[in-house]
Design a protein around this ligand. Structure first.
Ligand code: SF4
Length: 358
């Protein structure tokens, strides 16, 4: 069964340049950085707060989360950790949909973010105002959305999935004879379709970081480094996935870096993940997969411009002022939780972890 992409025109997402975002952040001396870290540690205690970071944010923030009893992971696992942690305030260092996911699972807690300007091209390319009528026009399809979506889009879905469980869930639905409406990532949708053969309508969104990886340049780099294994996140184009030794979610790629015998890895996902990969396999070497210097978000990097907006200074200000609190309207939250819970219930039947997003 082939996938079909016959969707209304979607918004053109204009991503900021990662280099410009990074250049706009103040440069700190070692003494200033140490003072800022001490200030955040004090504020976390005073505010009964815990810092929870995504794999793609700056290594300093990931390190501070770990040092202060917080956590580093993907969006759903971040929300799960926040749910199990006794702190009353969750500081979510990542992008906006991650703060919303934390709020969906933890309505009784205060959820703060370092900045509300940190968006995601997948989320932006799938506005509820266009997505909901499209779903309504296809009532014979089961709506399955990726975790990188707004609370409103999750609320319209039958299932919310992470990248680690998407293939299994879609295959399960295929066996029940269901047709799937998948959103928002076209590459992940095409990958799921290639593995499952499900009848899928695929929304044409993409991640500005993963979309920029180039298969030709990757093939050339593989030739130069014949001993290196290639790790690819399935938000990447099909031609890049075809060159992979391992395809998987962020957590699955970290596990592959540990498990595979290779000493060197070429990694096609956001370079923020190198902090945890290096921690998991300190004796191994990690190289960025090439973007050929022509990505929409950066000239020669594999780093999300919105993730780059998270900074230690912004973590401190959010804690000090209570700025950037996430609110999700209760009816939307309840529906989004229901679609998320369906995935969690399905995972239980498989006894499978549900880790993984961009
Ligand atoms: S890396 Fe891509 S999927 Fe992840 S937050 Fe950035 S734009 Fe979204």
């Amino acid at each position: 069964m082939t996938a079909r992409i016959d969707i209304p025109a979607i918004p053109v997402v204009k991503a900021p340049q990662t280099a410009e975002v990074l250049a706009s952040l103040p440069v700190l001396s070692d003494a200033e950085r140490a003072a800022l870290v001490a200030r955040i540690k004090r504020l976390l205690e005073e505010q009964d707060a815990v810092l929870i970071a995504h794999y793609y944010v700056d290594a300093e923030i990931q390190r501070l989360a770990e040092e202060t009893g917080g956590y580093v992971s993907d969006s759903l696992d971040m929300a799960r950790f926040g749910h199990e942690h006794p702190a009353r305030t969750l500081v979510i260092a990542g992008v906006r949909f991650m703060g919303e996911t934390a709020k969906i699972l933890n309505p009784e807690k205060r959820v703060l973010m370092p900045t509300l300007e940190a968006e995601c091209s997948l989320d932006l390319s799938c506005p509820a105002a266009e997505f909901v009528p499209f779903c309504d026009a296809h009532p014979d399809h089961t709506v399955v959305v990726y975790s990188n979506t707004s609370a409103e889009v999750k609320a319209r879905a039958d299932y919310v999935v992470t990248s680690s469980i998407a293939v299994k869930l879609v295959d399960h639905l295929r066996k029940q004879g269901k047709k799937i409406l998948w959103a928002p990532d076209k590459h992940l949708g095409a990958y799921i379709n290639s593995v499952t053969g499900a009848d899928m309508l695929i929304w044409p969104g993409s991640c500005v970081v993963h979309d920029a990886f180039k298969a030709d340049a990757l093939a050339a780099l593989k030739k130069e480094r014949p001993g290196a294994a290639v790790l690819v996140h399935p938000e990447s184009p099909a031609a890049v996935i075809a060159l992979a030794d391992a395809v998987g979610s962020t957590t699955q790629l970290i596990e592959a870096a540990k498990r595979l015998p290779n000493k060197e890895f070429i990694v096609a996902t956001d370079s923020g993940i190198f902090y945890k990969m290096q921690q998991a396999a300190p004796e191994k070497t990690f190289l960025e997969a090439p973007t050929a210097g022509k990505g929409p978000s950066c000239m020669a990097c594999a780093h999300c411009p919105w993730m780059a907006m998270n900074s230690l200074a912004r973590v401190a200000v959010a804690l000090e002022t209570g700025a950037n609190e996430i609110h999700v309207e209760e009816e939307i939250r309840r529906k989004a939780l229901r679609a998320t819970q369906r995935m969690l219930d399905f995972a239980k039947t498989l006894k499978a972890p549900v880790l993984g997003d961009a």
